[in-house]
Design a protein around this ligand. Structure first.
Ligand SMILES: [Ca+2]
Ligand SMILES: [Ca+2]
Ligand SMILES: [Ca+2]
Length: 173
């Protein structure tokens, strides 16, 4: 049996949603859809529930996203963080490393993820321009606080601010 944690896609049809297929069978934990190669059709990114590896689906196959270590993914967010016009992938890890950013190559692939200095664990991450300076910052749920990673405009995050108690928070949205 394939279990209940498959990645399935549902086609939006005039008569309603219809199961299009199982895009990924197995223990997936977090999923997002974004147009990483800007062709008008969304790609997928997912994290494993067991190994917490991060995978992207762009060309009909799942490809590992190079995080360090390889098993380091809880939550994901897609945004252009380094300002080159291509969507990047932010990876939050509740196990090791806190936050990492894998730069998108505009073709659906990602370069080696870069560790962002800050608290060592984060579960969920969400992009947003919190200071309205035109670049996309990151907000993550850390162990004990909501964390604001302020973008320096080039994809660096030199300052991390704790925004408050996150002990009762499960989603930054
Ligand atoms: Ca696409
Ligand atoms: Ca980018
Ligand atoms: Ca900003």
């Amino acid at each position: 049996m394939s279990g209940t944690w498959d990645v399935r896609w549902y086609e939006n049809r005039p008569e309603g949603f219809r199961l299009g297929g199982v895009a990924r069978a197995g223990q997936s934990f977090f999923l997002l859809a974004a147009d990483f190669d800007a062709d008008g059709r969304d790609e997928l990114a997912a994290t494993d529930a067991d190994g917490a590896s991060v995978w992207s689906w762009a060309t009909g196959a799942w490809t590992p996203v190079p995080t360090t270590p390889a098993s380091a993914g809880s939550g994901l967010a897609a945004a252009d963080l380094d300002g080159d016009g291509l969507l990047d992938l932010a990876v939050a890890s509740s196990v090791v490393g806190g936050l990492q950013v894998a730069p998108g190559d505009g073709l659906g692939g990602f370069g080696a993820a870069i560790a962002v200095a800050g608290p060592s664990a984060a579960t969920l991450v969400e992009p947003g321009d919190l200071d309205a300076d035109g670049d996309t910052d990151l907000v993550a749920v850390g162990n004990s606080a909501i964390l604001w990673y302020q973008n320096d405009g080039a994809g660096g995050f030199p300052s991390v601010l704790a925004l408050g108690d996150a002990s009762r928070t499960t989603d930054p949205k």
